[in-house]
Design a protein around this ligand. Structure first.
Ligand SMILES: [Mg+2]
Length: 154
């Protein structure tokens, strides 16, 4: 799986050229927290003048920032679907204060909209639902599929 990501990134980098900043989008749950190779990749890109956009459904709270901090993950942008829709006034309801609900279609297309708007060169996420809305390059990460965890540094 990591090989697939690396090949897509390599193609992306070739297309981007040296005059533009490469922009990688990464999901947290089921992607970054499933394979430490993504932490290595994110840190490498940030150290080499690329952008790493973290896209998550989770509310942007001190707890979320602490979770990222605990992973020693470097990133340049953080987009929270829940915080974004709170900010723009989308109708939402809560089962508990940390758990917002809203129209599924509007939720499911949020990351795709973000990637279009910010011209993200490659997004890696584990969601089949989100994938349907993407018109920019997207890889659906499946833990254990293909080369798996142990090959992330090959
Ligand atoms: Mg996920």
């Amino acid at each position: 799986m990591m090989d697939q990501v690396k090949h897509a990134m390599y193609d992306g980098l070739l297309n981007v050229g040296s005059q533009q900043t490469f922009k990688l989008g990464l999901d947290i749950h089921g992607v970054i927290d499933a394979d430490p190779g993504f932490i290595w990749l994110a840190n490498f890109l940030v150290e080499h003048h690329s952008e790493v956009h973290i896209l998550t459904g989770t509310l942007d709270t001190p707890a979320l920032r602490a979770e990222l901090e605990a992973m020693s993950l470097k990133y340049t942008h953080l987009f929270s679907v829940a915080s974004h829709h709170t900010r723009i006034g989308t109708k939402m309801w809560y089962t508990d204060p940390e758990n917002p609900w809203m129209d599924a279609e509007a939720w499911n297309k949020s990351k795709a909209d973000y990637c279009r708007e910010h011209k993200i060169h490659l997004m890696v996420d584990d969601s089949e639902e989100y994938e349907k809305h993407f018109t920019t390059p997207y890889i659906r990460y499946r833990k254990g599929a293909g080369d798996g965890l142990q090959n992330h540094d090959t």
